[in-house]
Design a protein around this ligand. Structure first.
Ligand code: FAD
Length: 393
């Protein structure tokens, strides 16, 4: 296969920019109408960006998290819903690549993901366990070479637009709630009955409706590793890095608006810096901690993957949880800082400095696997982790 740059006649930055432009152009309408960001996703498809992480020998470009994170940030500044769809899709793809390279069925799906630019969605949240990723009530029910699965899913983002759903479930009906597997189900192998509609404060274009999900598929489609390992070694870190990158993009765009506002104020009274300039510098200081935290996480991720055993230590898991909790909290503070800087101009839904959509979208960050839940788990880990001071000694 030819390099994708030749196929599409454009470089990676040009392809990303085209998708960013399309997403930005329709962001207001996507938010207002609470509809799927089809224009941004089609532009990602046209730029061959949905298969970016697929290994080159299977038709992709072998992109890693360090390549994907800045794309999430660029998209996040344009349309947070498009960015979150791109991030969630790539988290599913990363699971497929991490666990499926030895399995012919999963290799073929990777190939199709690149050539047909398939879109993947995920169903981990379940009625009765909420956002606890590591518990399932539903179970795989095997019948010979096939299995059935029925799940009450309070949210599946873009469930009606996806080509496949990656669903967690107990290994079998007798398994404990934490003995889970990750099942890959193609859109012609399941039925989705919508039970609730996503009319939400923000991230409205993710169309995260609630469903009764019923599937039947060959057992070979279940990823051949326990979900406990997938979650610990790749999914949680990948999710937290890519989600944080999306939130960084929302904060970056809010910063850009606030800076433009301060510059416009400064032009009105040359020689007298506006009071808001100091606030802008404070917001920038906060914003920089977001960028630095993501860069640190990417460094830890690269080091973990380069280690021969590729095992996530307690320290690594704590760092990835800290990343999610701090970026989701600080990004909200940055957007609020920017609102204070722009004042009424930021509060208005019209005009160049409007920050309503940013503020509503960023409020999802602390809930998307609740920070309280993450900190409760991290608290348990802190009991067995040596303190930072002891590690330096
Ligand atoms: C934009 C968006 C898109 C999403 N897309 C998907 C998707 O595609 N697929 C999917 O499966 N899920 C998706 N989710 C769901 C998400 O991953 C979480 O599961 C969900 O946000 C958690 O919802 P909850 O707060 O109702 O539930 P819970 O996690 O059950 O939390 C309920 C409440 O209990 C508190 N709580 C829970 N545990 C503890 C604890 N141990 N200590 C203290 N307090 C606790 C929480 O703070 C919260 O107030 C999406 C969420 C958002 C916001």
């Amino acid at each position: 296969m030819k390099p994708l740059g030749e196929v599409t006649g454009a470089s990676l930055p040009e392809r990303v920019q085209a998708a960013v432009d399309a997403a930005a152009q329709h962001a207001e309408a996507v938010d207002r109408e609470g509809r799927f960001p089809i224009e941004g996703i089609e532009a990602l498809r046209d730029g061959r960006l949905l298969g970016l992480a697929v290994p080159a020998e299977l038709g992709g470009e072998g992109a890693g998290l360090a390549d994907l994170a800045p794309i999430c940030t660029a998209l996040g500044g344009a349309c947070a819903s498009t960015a979150m769809v791109f991030a969630m899709h790539h988290i599913c793809l990363a699971n497929l690549i991490d666990c499926g390279l030895e399995s012919p069925w999963h290799r073929e799906l990777m190939h199709r993901a690149a050539t047909d630019q398939l879109l993947f969605a995920s169903s981990t949240t379940e009625a009765g366990v909420g956002g606890d990723l590591r518990q399932s009530i539903c179970a795989v029910e095997a019948e010979g070479e096939r299995f059935n699965l029925a799940k009450a899913a309070p949210v599946i983002s873009y469930g009606e637009e996806t080509d496949a759903i990656f669903a967690t479930a107990r290994r079998d009906p007798d398994a404990p709630s934490s003995d889970q597997v990750l099942c890959v189900l193609l859109s012609d192998q399941y039925e989705l009955e919508r039970v609730s509609t996503w009319d939400a404060l923000g991230m409205r274009g993710t169309c995260s409706h609630g469903f009764r999900f019923k599937a039947s598929a060959p057992t070979e489609q279940i990823l051949p590793r326990p979900f406990a390992d997938i979650a610990a070694e790749s999914m949680i870190a990948g999710s937290h890095i890519l989600w944080s990158s999306v939130w960084c993009g929302i904060a970056a765009d809010a910063m850009a608006k606030a800076q433009a506002f301060v510059i416009a104020e400064a032009r009105k009274s040359p020689g007298t810096p506006p009071v808001s300039a100091t606030k802008l510098a404070e917001a920038y200081a906060r914003y920089r901690t977001i960028e630095a935290t993501i860069a640190d996480a990417l460094g830890r991720w690269a080091a973990m993957r380069a280690a021969p055993e590729r095992a996530a230590t307690v320290g690594f898991s704590l760092a990835m949880n800290a990343l999610k909790v701090s970026v989701s909290t600080i990004a909200l503070q940055v957007v609020e800082d920017c609102l204070m800087i722009c004042g009424l101009q930021g509060y208005k839904n019209t005009g160049p400095y409007g920050l309503g959509r940013h503020l509503r979208d960023i409020h999802s960050a602390r809930l998307m696997i609740s920070n309280d839940r993450i900190m409760a788990g991290a608290g348990q880990m802190m009991l067995i982790q040596r303190s930072p001071a002891a590690r330096r000694a």
